[in-house]
Design a protein around this ligand. Structure first.
Ligand code: XCC
Length: 655
């Protein structure tokens, strides 16, 4: 009886769990079907309060030692480590893990590129030669008079240093604005190879090594920068070179993109090569015929999470939902196969898939899940794996037994705003540059730019903080750029459509309507946050907005983050000069020296700084206040005469 009462008490109203109606509908169905999801587990699994405060040290076996967040300096660990050392060490290991995830992905993309260039993988080609040349030139590789093959070989050789270089600066440090790089050099945080940085981070956080929180934070910065300006940036650039640089494309999102009368295949993960190959397999005439023979009208390929976001911006492939919807989507019963590769793949998927007879396939040797079937993906013969997944999905379609219920919700938007396209979009083909963006910031039509990125989290009302924050920002004339699961949250809320410009403030609205763009620009997956770094650099280089990234009227946020990758991303933005506000929870104790350093002192050293709040409106206020502070420092706090310059004005000005 007591137990029953307890269970009833814990049955939270679904409206408090998500604002995504499709996910809510599926959570209702899951409850009826007796199927458990992460939302349920988050209610019954109380987060460990000591871990949440980062007040626990388990780096040696004299512990684990627990300190008291309410009296952080009241005691120290058995070895004598104080609260600042413990928090900085814990943070450092999170940065190392997040950086490792992105850089391991990036290194895999670079290895794929090498084998394609050397003719060892005929299934992929260099799709974007223009991008190949521009990336090569950006790091000092001479392209004039050289063949594509020669440029590609030289680029591979150079970018390999991003990972393995023992000394020196990563190749993409050549792209960093001079003054920002100067700050890094002064602080000693210019990254060497990512392997070296991650290794040193792990070493220094071992028991009895670095016990000075400021010194530890320096290594956190160097490691995170090896991600943002290293592993992640290489992953983005190489994926563009191999699979095409995104440009705006109309896309449908939400669970209504599933089709009851078709074979539905979802790809969920982070490495675009699996998805690119499945895209080919679903168009294979023999497989399309096999699907028809099984009674299906066709094969419907759909993405989720970050590889879904990459395919969304690159090819306009429909997207079924973000991280907190991956179990819920299986509850439709309509998913015939879900193929996963690496990162953000809940082990809980195996159980839910089993309940609905969905085939769950792992494909990457780095990620196997008990209960899922493993069909290994080999780049040298990718179709072996992806054709087999399609065949198995068709078989499941033929033998469907689960009751099917697909939420009839589809949202449309425009995505695919790469840095290259932003350049073209605002300037047009005659004066393609960031000048119009900078001018519109200077004249006050656009107040500033905010990156709103990151995950969704079982401990937050899914999508709610993202949507409220972004609405607040655009209403105040702040242009929003997005990646990852955040982008999908806003797409489902309809804010990535050009029509949503009506929700923007008058200045931003005018710019959006003139150009025909939405006030919320979707850039791609989480590794594509590197596109935001490049956009910031372009704004600095264009002139008029200061001489370092830290001078720009920009801010970042990850309001519903959940992964260590997000911590690494947040810290590389902070180290690059961006004020970055996180929601949910932050592994830190307010009032400690470590807190002061991360939330205040870093800015005084020429970097950005961290901020935290769970409230979307407060988050918007904090970000806008920062943007206004930067506008004031630049002397553009008073909006200037609101005119758009034309070519004649510009020539006169330049003259
Ligand atoms: Fe994962 Fe990348 Fe977070 Fe989404 S946003 S939950 S990290 S899928 Ni990248």
């Amino acid at each position: 009886m007591e137990k029953k009462k307890e269970a009833e008490k814990k049955l939270v109203d679904i409206k408090d769990l998500t604002i995504c109606s499709a996910t809510g509908q599926m959570l209702e169905k899951a409850r009826r079907d007796g199927v458990e999801t992460a939302f349920d587990r988050a209610v019954t699994m109380k987060a460990c309060p000591i871990g949440a405060d980062s007040a626990c040290c388990k780096h040696c076996f004299m512990g684990p030692c627990r300190l008291n967040a309410k009296d952080p300096y009241g005691k120290v660990g058995v070895c004598g480590a104080d609260i600042d050392t413990i928090q900085a060490r814990n943070f450092g290991r999170m940065v190392a893990a997040g950086t490792a995830a992105h850089t391991d992905h990036g290194m895999a993309m670079l290895a794929l590129f090498r084998d394609v260039v050397r003719g060892e993988i005929p299934d992929y080609q260099i799709k974007d030669v223009g991008k190949l040349e521009s990336v090569a030139r950006s790091i000092g590789i001479e392209t004039e008079g050289k063949s594509v093959q020669e440029i590609a070989e030289a680029l591979y050789e150079e970018l390999e240093r991003t990972y393995i270089q023992v000394d020196g600066e990563v190749p993409f440090s050549k792209r960093v604005p001079e003054k920002t790089l100067e700050v890094w050099r002064k602080l000693g945080i210019v990254p060497r190879g990512a392997m070296r940085e991650i290794m040193e981070m792990m070493h220094r956080t071992h028991m009895g090594v670095d016990q000075d929180y400021e010194n530890l934070v320096k290594q956190c910065s160097r490691t995170a920068l090896a991600d943002g300006w290293g592993g992640s940036m290489v992953a983005t650039e190489i994926s563009d070179i191999l699979f095409g640089t995104p440009s705006p494309v109309a896309v449908e999102v939400n669970m209504g993109v599933l089709k009851e009368d078709q074979v539905n295949i979802i790809v969920h993960g982070h490495e675009p090569n699996l998805f690119e190959s499945i895209l080919e397999s679903v168009q294979e005439p023999t497989l399309v015929q096999a699907a028809r023979d099984a009674g299906a009208k066709g094969i419907n390929l759909v993405g989720m999470c970050c590889s879904g976001a990459e395919m969304l911006v690159r090819h306009g492939i429909p997207h079924a939902g973000n991280f907190m919807s991956t179990e819920a989507v299986l509850v439709t019963g309509a998913v015939d196969a879900m193929a996963v590769d690496v990162q953000c793949i809940k082990q809980g998927l195996a159980k839910v898939a089993e309940c609905y007879g969905t085939k769950l396939f792992t494909t990457n040797p780095r990620c196997k899940i008990l209960g899922a079937e493993h069909i290994e993906f080999h780049e040298h013969d990718p179709k072996d794996c992806t054709d087999e997944i399609v065949i198995r999905a068709i078989t499941r379609f033929k033998n469907r037994t689960a009751q099917i219920e697909i939420p009839r919700i589809v949202n449309s938007g425009v995505h695919g705003f790469s840095h290259e396209y932003i350049n073209y979009m605002l300037g047009g083909s005659f004066r393609s540059s960031y000048r119009p963006l900078n001018d519109n910031i200077i004249n006050g039509r656009i107040r500033g730019v905010a990156g709103v990125v990151g995950c969704t989290n079982a401990r937050m009302k899914q999508d709610w903080v993202h949507v409220e924050l972004v609405k607040e920002l655009i209403k105040n004339d702040v242009l929003v750029v997005q990646t990852g699961c955040a982008q999908v949250a806003l797409a489902k809320a309809g804010l990535t459509s050009p029509e949503s410009a009506c929700l923007a403030g008058p200045g931003l609205r005018e710019v959006c309507e003139t150009v025909g763009m939405p006030p919320v620009l979707g850039l791609g997956s989480c590794v594509d946050n590197s596109r935001i770094l490049i956009a910031c650099t372009a704004m600095v280089n264009e002139g008029g907005l200061g001489s370092s990234i830290a001078d720009l009227p920009v801010a970042g946020a990850a309001p519903e983050y959940m992964s260590e990758k997000a911590i690494a991303i947040g810290h590389y933005f902070v180290a690059s000069g961006v004020y970055t506000v996180f929601g949910v929870t932050f592994p830190i104790i307010e009032g400690t020296k470590f807190y002061e350093h991360m939330f205040e002192e870093l800015e005084k050293l020429g970097c950005g700084k961290w901020g935290f709040t769970v409230d979307p409106y407060e988050m918007a206020r904090m970000m806008i206040a920062h943007i206004d502070k930067k506008r004031k420092a630049l002397g553009i706090d008073k909006a200037r005469e609101r005119v758009l310059m034309d070519m004649a004005d510009r020539r006169q000005m330049e003259g």
